[in-house]
Design a binder for this molecule. Structure first.
Ligand SMILES: [Zn+2]
Ligand SMILES: [Zn+2]
Ligand SMILES: [Zn+2]
Length: 140
């Protein structure tokens, strides 16, 4: 019997090693995007280099996408099923909460189409909104 984690790795053409299953399992537990340091803290004693390589493999294979929220370190979040090694299709907004410093994927909120000046060609597109998340807003 294959576990859900194993299945997810195989569906993205990733060889399900013990370390990879561990990292994916941890990612599935998160409500917000996490940095390499968060993964390292959560999965002691796995070493940082191994975790870094694992996240890079996940990103290349379309399992996670990285988010630059301006905090200095990229954060990682799971992709939708339609991302693969050919490319990412995570054209959703990301939200950074100024209060709890968490970064969230907002998969239901797509990046609107933008009009670029002539001869400007878009490569990667990302849109980050900073503000107050639902959790912090309900405490305030
Ligand atoms: Zn993706
Ligand atoms: Zn918050
Ligand atoms: Zn995202």
């Amino acid at each position: 019997m294959k576990t859900e984690v194993e299945h997810k790795l195989i569906s993205k053409q990733i060889n399900p090693t013990a370390n990879r299953m561990l990292v994916l399992d941890f990612l599935l537990d998160q409500r917000s995007a996490i940095s390499l340091t968060d993964v390292e803290r959560g999965l002691v004693p796995t070493d940082r280099v191994t975790l870094y390589r694992t996240l890079k493999t996940f990103e290349e294979k379309g399992l996670v996408h990285s988010i630059d929220d301006g905090s200095g370190a990229p954060k990682y979040a799971l992709c939708a099923d339609d991302c693969d090694a050919e490319g990412h299709h995570d054209l959703h907004l990301h939200f950074y909460c100024n209060t709890c410093s968490e970064t969230y994927c907002l998969p239901k909120t797509q990046i609107p189409k933008v009009q670029l000046p002539a001869n400007f060609q878009a490569g990667e597109i990302s849109l980050l909104i900073k503000g107050l998340c639902d959790k912090c807003n309900s405490i305030a």
